[in-house]
Design a protein around this ligand. Structure first.
Ligand SMILES: O=C(CO)[C@@H](O)[C@@H](O)COP(=O)(O)O
Length: 230
Protein backbone atom coordinates (compact mmCIF):
# COMPACT_ATOMS: atom_id res chain seq x y z
CA UNK A 1 0.00 0.00 0.00
CA UNK A 2 1.23 3.51 -0.90
CA UNK A 3 4.64 2.17 -1.97
CA UNK A 4 5.74 5.36 -3.73
CA UNK A 5 4.71 7.65 -0.87
CA UNK A 6 6.38 5.37 1.69
CA UNK A 7 9.64 5.53 -0.29
CA UNK A 8 9.39 9.34 -0.35
CA UNK A 9 8.65 9.57 3.38
CA UNK A 10 11.51 7.20 4.24
CA UNK A 11 13.96 9.23 2.13
CA UNK A 12 12.68 12.52 3.57
CA UNK A 13 13.21 11.28 7.14
CA UNK A 14 16.75 10.13 6.30
CA UNK A 15 17.40 13.52 4.69
CA UNK A 16 16.82 15.23 8.06
CA UNK A 17 20.10 13.62 9.18
CA UNK A 18 21.86 14.47 5.90
CA UNK A 19 20.96 18.16 6.30
CA UNK A 20 21.84 18.28 10.01
CA UNK A 21 18.32 19.08 11.16
CA UNK A 22 18.01 16.39 13.85
CA UNK A 23 19.78 15.17 16.96
CA UNK A 24 18.95 11.61 18.10
CA UNK A 25 15.30 11.06 17.03
CA UNK A 26 14.09 14.63 17.54
CA UNK A 27 11.98 14.97 14.45
CA UNK A 28 9.65 13.38 11.96
CA UNK A 29 8.37 13.67 8.41
CA UNK A 30 4.99 12.60 7.01
CA UNK A 31 3.39 12.56 3.59
CA UNK A 32 -0.27 12.67 2.60
CA UNK A 33 -1.90 10.84 -0.28
CA UNK A 34 -4.95 12.96 -1.01
CA UNK A 35 -6.51 10.33 -3.29
CA UNK A 36 -6.81 7.71 -0.58
CA UNK A 37 -6.97 10.18 2.33
CA UNK A 38 -4.12 8.32 4.06
CA UNK A 39 -0.94 9.63 5.63
CA UNK A 40 2.41 7.90 6.04
CA UNK A 41 4.50 8.95 9.04
CA UNK A 42 7.68 8.00 10.88
CA UNK A 43 7.20 5.76 13.92
CA UNK A 44 7.96 7.29 17.32
CA UNK A 45 11.47 7.04 18.69
CA UNK A 46 12.99 4.90 15.92
CA UNK A 47 16.56 5.96 15.01
CA UNK A 48 16.92 7.29 11.45
CA UNK A 49 19.91 5.02 10.80
CA UNK A 50 17.86 1.84 11.21
CA UNK A 51 14.56 3.24 9.92
CA UNK A 52 13.08 0.87 7.34
CA UNK A 53 10.17 1.21 4.95
CA UNK A 54 8.30 -1.49 6.90
CA UNK A 55 8.53 0.64 10.06
CA UNK A 56 6.43 3.47 8.59
CA UNK A 57 2.88 3.87 9.88
CA UNK A 58 -0.16 4.50 7.67
CA UNK A 59 -3.13 6.32 9.21
CA UNK A 60 -6.38 7.90 8.12
CA UNK A 61 -7.19 11.52 8.89
CA UNK A 62 -9.01 10.47 12.08
CA UNK A 63 -5.79 8.95 13.37
CA UNK A 64 -6.85 5.31 12.93
CA UNK A 65 -3.88 3.08 12.11
CA UNK A 66 -4.44 1.37 8.76
CA UNK A 67 -1.04 -0.32 8.48
CA UNK A 68 2.07 -0.68 10.60
CA UNK A 69 3.18 -2.40 13.79
CA UNK A 70 4.88 0.51 15.51
CA UNK A 71 3.52 3.53 17.36
CA UNK A 72 3.23 6.57 15.06
CA UNK A 73 5.19 9.73 15.90
CA UNK A 74 3.94 11.50 19.01
CA UNK A 75 3.43 14.57 16.78
CA UNK A 76 0.91 12.75 14.56
CA UNK A 77 -2.15 14.72 15.83
CA UNK A 78 -0.41 17.97 14.79
CA UNK A 79 0.28 16.61 11.29
CA UNK A 80 -3.35 15.50 10.99
CA UNK A 81 -4.70 18.92 11.96
CA UNK A 82 -2.51 20.62 9.36
CA UNK A 83 -3.46 18.22 6.54
CA UNK A 84 -7.14 18.67 7.38
CA UNK A 85 -6.91 22.47 7.31
CA UNK A 86 -4.54 23.07 4.37
CA UNK A 87 -5.44 21.25 1.12
CA UNK A 88 -2.35 22.78 -0.54
CA UNK A 89 0.14 20.68 1.45
CA UNK A 90 1.11 17.01 1.18
CA UNK A 91 4.29 16.88 3.28
CA UNK A 92 5.12 18.01 6.84
CA UNK A 93 8.38 18.14 8.79
CA UNK A 94 8.93 18.73 12.49
CA UNK A 95 12.40 19.05 13.99
CA UNK A 96 14.24 20.63 16.88
CA UNK A 97 16.90 22.12 14.58
CA UNK A 98 18.98 24.36 16.78
CA UNK A 99 18.73 27.82 15.19
CA UNK A 100 15.00 27.72 14.47
CA UNK A 101 14.33 26.23 17.89
CA UNK A 102 16.29 29.05 19.52
CA UNK A 103 13.89 31.57 17.94
CA UNK A 104 10.90 29.43 18.97
CA UNK A 105 12.14 29.25 22.55
CA UNK A 106 12.58 33.02 22.56
CA UNK A 107 8.99 33.32 21.32
CA UNK A 108 10.10 35.51 18.43
CA UNK A 109 9.10 35.56 14.76
CA UNK A 110 11.96 35.78 12.25
CA UNK A 111 11.80 39.07 10.33
CA UNK A 112 12.61 39.21 6.61
CA UNK A 113 16.14 40.58 6.75
CA UNK A 114 17.35 39.49 3.34
CA UNK A 115 16.58 37.93 0.01
CA UNK A 116 17.45 34.35 1.04
CA UNK A 117 14.44 34.54 3.32
CA UNK A 118 12.31 36.35 0.69
CA UNK A 119 13.01 33.67 -1.91
CA UNK A 120 10.91 31.22 0.14
CA UNK A 121 8.79 33.04 2.74
CA UNK A 122 6.49 35.87 1.73
CA UNK A 123 6.93 37.72 5.02
CA UNK A 124 8.17 37.07 8.55
CA UNK A 125 8.35 33.46 9.71
CA UNK A 126 5.75 33.63 12.44
CA UNK A 127 5.96 32.31 15.97
CA UNK A 128 2.73 30.98 17.46
CA UNK A 129 1.20 32.22 20.67
CA UNK A 130 1.95 30.33 23.88
CA UNK A 131 -0.51 27.55 24.59
CA UNK A 132 -2.68 27.75 27.70
CA UNK A 133 -2.25 25.24 30.53
CA UNK A 134 -5.67 23.85 29.63
CA UNK A 135 -4.62 23.29 26.00
CA UNK A 136 -1.36 21.66 27.08
CA UNK A 137 -3.04 19.34 29.55
CA UNK A 138 -6.09 18.59 27.42
CA UNK A 139 -4.75 17.68 23.99
CA UNK A 140 -1.22 18.99 23.53
CA UNK A 141 -0.30 17.75 20.06
CA UNK A 142 -3.71 18.51 18.55
CA UNK A 143 -3.66 22.01 20.06
CA UNK A 144 -0.17 22.51 18.62
CA UNK A 145 -1.92 22.16 15.26
CA UNK A 146 -4.59 24.61 16.37
CA UNK A 147 -2.12 27.37 17.29
CA UNK A 148 -0.30 26.91 13.98
CA UNK A 149 -3.59 27.14 12.05
CA UNK A 150 -4.58 30.19 14.08
CA UNK A 151 -1.31 31.93 13.23
CA UNK A 152 -1.42 31.16 9.49
CA UNK A 153 -5.03 32.31 9.36
CA UNK A 154 -6.24 32.97 5.82
CA UNK A 155 -2.74 33.10 4.35
CA UNK A 156 -1.66 30.57 1.73
CA UNK A 157 0.50 28.03 3.62
CA UNK A 158 2.73 27.66 0.56
CA UNK A 159 3.64 31.35 0.88
CA UNK A 160 4.59 30.83 4.54
CA UNK A 161 5.88 27.22 4.34
CA UNK A 162 6.96 26.98 7.96
CA UNK A 163 6.41 28.31 11.45
CA UNK A 164 7.92 28.39 14.93
CA UNK A 165 5.83 26.83 17.66
CA UNK A 166 6.36 28.92 20.78
CA UNK A 167 8.65 27.26 23.37
CA UNK A 168 8.92 24.17 21.13
CA UNK A 169 10.40 24.24 17.63
CA UNK A 170 9.80 24.53 13.89
CA UNK A 171 7.22 22.87 11.66
CA UNK A 172 7.65 23.17 7.89
CA UNK A 173 5.48 21.90 5.07
CA UNK A 174 5.25 21.70 1.30
CA UNK A 175 3.66 20.06 -1.70
CA UNK A 176 5.50 16.78 -0.99
CA UNK A 177 7.66 15.30 1.80
CA UNK A 178 10.77 16.29 -0.20
CA UNK A 179 9.50 19.85 -0.66
CA UNK A 180 8.72 20.07 3.08
CA UNK A 181 12.28 19.01 3.97
CA UNK A 182 13.61 21.60 1.51
CA UNK A 183 11.59 24.30 3.30
CA UNK A 184 12.74 23.03 6.72
CA UNK A 185 16.36 23.38 5.60
CA UNK A 186 15.67 26.93 4.38
CA UNK A 187 13.94 27.82 7.65
CA UNK A 188 16.96 26.64 9.64
CA UNK A 189 19.43 28.54 7.43
CA UNK A 190 17.35 31.71 7.58
CA UNK A 191 17.08 31.40 11.39
CA UNK A 192 20.87 31.14 11.63
CA UNK A 193 21.51 34.07 9.29
CA UNK A 194 18.96 36.29 11.05
CA UNK A 195 20.52 35.77 14.47
CA UNK A 196 23.99 36.51 13.10
CA UNK A 197 22.67 39.57 11.28
CA UNK A 198 21.24 40.93 14.54
CA UNK A 199 24.54 40.32 16.32
CA UNK A 200 26.33 42.39 13.65
CA UNK A 201 23.65 45.09 13.51
CA UNK A 202 21.01 45.09 16.29
CA UNK A 203 19.19 47.98 14.57
CA UNK A 204 18.62 46.21 11.26
CA UNK A 205 15.10 46.53 9.79
CA UNK A 206 13.03 44.35 7.44
CA UNK A 207 13.89 44.59 3.75
CA UNK A 208 11.76 46.85 1.56
CA UNK A 209 8.38 45.55 0.41
CA UNK A 210 9.48 45.87 -3.23
CA UNK A 211 12.50 43.64 -2.62
CA UNK A 212 10.34 41.05 -0.84
CA UNK A 213 7.88 41.08 -3.77
CA UNK A 214 10.64 40.86 -6.35
CA UNK A 215 12.32 37.85 -4.73
CA UNK A 216 9.28 35.87 -3.64
CA UNK A 217 7.06 36.48 -6.64
CA UNK A 218 9.67 35.79 -9.29
CA UNK A 219 9.97 32.25 -7.91
CA UNK A 220 6.45 31.59 -6.66
CA UNK A 221 4.12 34.00 -8.43
CA UNK A 222 2.19 33.31 -11.61
CA UNK A 223 5.15 34.50 -13.69
CA UNK A 224 7.66 32.42 -11.72
CA UNK A 225 10.93 31.76 -13.50
CA UNK A 226 11.63 28.59 -11.54
CA UNK A 227 9.84 25.65 -9.95
CA UNK A 228 8.52 26.03 -6.40
CA UNK A 229 11.31 23.89 -5.02
CA UNK A 230 13.86 26.61 -5.74
O1 LIG B 1 8.71 17.35 20.12
C1 LIG B 1 9.14 16.28 20.38
C2 LIG B 1 9.71 16.04 21.72
O2 LIG B 1 9.73 17.26 22.43
C3 LIG B 1 9.11 15.22 19.33
O3 LIG B 1 8.89 15.91 18.12
C4 LIG B 1 10.37 14.43 19.07
O4 LIG B 1 10.87 13.89 20.21
C5 LIG B 1 10.07 13.33 18.08
O5 LIG B 1 9.08 12.46 18.60
P1 LIG B 1 8.69 11.13 17.85
O6 LIG B 1 9.89 10.20 17.89
O7 LIG B 1 8.34 11.52 16.44
O8 LIG B 1 7.53 10.58 18.62
Amino acid sequence: MLGQLKAEVLQANKDLVKYGLVTFTWGNVSGFDRNSGLIVIKPSGVPYETLNIKDLVVLDLDGNIVEGNLKPSSDTPTHLELYKRFPQISGIVHTHSEWATSWAQAGKSIPVLGTTHADYFYGDIPCTRKMTTFEIEQSYEKETGTVIIEEIGDRDPLKIPGILVNSHGPFAWGKSPENAVHNAVVLEEVAKMALRTYSLNPNIKNIERSLLDKHFLRKHGEAAYYGQNQ
